[in-house]
Design a protein around this ligand. Structure first.
Ligand code: SF4
Ligand code: SF4
Length: 114
């Protein structure tokens, strides 16, 4: 499973640069432009609605093991022109998602695209 770091701090699933989603969907690929479809703007309503896509096991493990991050989402990806895409599954060891100033999924970006 890929290790994922994400700078989209406005995303509901982002805690301290880590993604707490169980599964994320990356889309795009045209002109190397990708985005995280799972991005959801952080509001109280969206927090409650997203309870089913939280990686609780990962979160609990991490709470007891902060030096060794084990919380990583399953990454499904539609960017079929990326070298790391194996039949819709991301196989990169380390994935970085950019989205520091994002308030919507279209301005996020998979920096690991190759
Ligand atoms: S933008 Fe995507 S990868 Fe980043 S925290 Fe949100 S769901 Fe996870
Ligand atoms: S590295 Fe490639 S396959 Fe993995 S999420 Fe990014 S664009 Fe998709």
């Amino acid at each position: 499973m890929s290790k994922l770091i994400c700078s989209a701090i406005n995303c509901l699933s982002n805690i301290d640069g880590l993604c707490t989603a169980k599964t994320i969907h990356i889309n795009g690929g045209l002109n190397k432009k990708t985005y995280c479809e799972t991005f959801s703007n952080r509001t109280l309503k969206s927090a409650l609605a997203s309870m089913t896509n939280i990686n609780l096991v990962g979160e609990i493990r991490q709470a007891f093991n902060k030096d060794n991050i084990v919380m990583n989402p399953n990454i499904l990806c539609r960017a079929s022109n990326c070298n790391y895409n194996m039949k819709g599954q991301c196989v990169a060891l380390n994935v970085q998602i950019y989205g520091a100033t994002c308030n919507n999924n279209q301005c996020t970006q998979c920096e690991t695209f190759q």
